[in-house]
Design a protein. Sequence first.
Length: 280
Amino acid sequence: MPSKIRLAAALSSLLISLPVLAAEGTTNTILNTNNQFRVDYTNTKIDYTETGGAYGTMGGTLDTENGNVNGYQISLSTMRNWLFGNDYIYLQYDHSNGDTSYVGQPANNTVNTYGSLTGTDGAELENYFARYGKGFAISNAMMLTPYFELGHHSWQRDVNAGEVYANRWYGIGLLAQYAATQKMVITLNGMVGNNYGSDITVAGTFAGSLQNSSTYRLGASMDYAITQQWHANLGVQYTSFKYGYSGMYPISINNQLYGAFEPSSTTNYTVVKLGVGYSF
């Protein structure tokens, strides 16, 4: 009888420890994904719309920029037990350039003739940002990581003599990671925040502040461990934000003073990326 009791106790202890071991195995799969240096090829679809109506000017769509530009993304992520356990840090830099299709109208129009001008413009995008968060293993195969993010964005738009839009942003987000197998992790990512320090520089004309707005991002990705160290990843990400119209600035044309301002706009980016990573 004592031996049966000991056997039952041993079996009970084993059954209790199995979920813990499974959770640790899954956590290791996600940690392997989160401790990684990546290089990705990116393709970004730009969808930009400028809208009138400020300062009593004509309303409606003034001009648009649409097109796909190619680039690259470099990122470094790590998840370690530093301050609170499963501390998450993510750093990213990306750069893209290419041509977009411009549809607009003459700048001095008094009647909206959107579509009367078409052409091709160069576009250069640059972003860098950092995140800090903490991961929570909520099941044998899932981890949730809330995070805080700070970043900087710029777009060199080669319309007219050249324009540069720039802003910084802050936001809070959430990673939801699911270990589908011991080699594959699926990640969903959402972030909401606000732009600040938005501005525009128009070559040879003026430079000034733009009104800030909210910003949000949604993304999904898959990471596959080819080996313990080498990974392949595929992802898609959608980002949307706005710039409010600028103040009125005096400009001189043929020795005559005029008022000029930057209209409000909506910017959407859809990024598809494919790359490799090295886990450490």
